[in-house]
Design a protein around this ligand. Structure first.
Ligand SMILES: [Zn+2]
Length: 145
């Protein structure tokens, strides 16, 4: 199974074997710079999300948020914790819905935060509101089986 690592330098989508990630560093296949293989949740654009969905082997989980949204500020750290714990089960990203209004149009987001779950290039689940940590973890574990 391969995990997507976005290059901080050139933005390329790299796919790295999960088995290799723990022990080795990795470099970008396009620009050869070192990749950040920590499980930090990166903020991405709608265009990048579409590419990631098409390239991902793992389920893709997205926190759709906005800077002005109070509940989103509570949810962000929780989402981050789950991303650290389940880094090898899914791809985790966040998207600013103000800067990327197409995400709301395309995936029918009516309130934020909304958590989107993609598998096999399809949106298969959408949860509006702050998810409990156990619910988020259980959903990801279920999807990754
Ligand atoms: Zn690169």
């Amino acid at each position: 199974m391969k995990k997507i690592i976005l290059c901080d330098s050139c933005g390329a989508i790299n796919r790295i074997d999960i088995a290799r990630l723990g022990s080795h560093g990795a470099v970008c296949g396009k620009c050869s710079k070192d990749l950040d293989t920590s499980a930090k949740v990166q903020s991405i654009t709608f265009d990048k999300l579409e590419k990631i969905i098409n390239h991902a082997q793992l389920p893709v989980v997205v926190d759709a948020y906005a800077d002005w949204c109070g509940p989103c500020k509570m949810y962000g750290p929780l989402f981050n914790e789950v991303a650290q714990e389940l880094w090898n089960k899914a791809e985790f990203y966040k998207i600013d819905t103000e800067k990327n209004p197409m995400i709301s149009v395309k995936f029918g987001i009516r309130g934020i935060p909304t958590t989107l779950f993609f598998k096999n290039k399809q949106l298969i689940n959408s949860q509006s509101g702050v998810m409990q940590k156990t619910d988020l973890g259980n959903t990801i574990n279920y999807l990754s089986n």
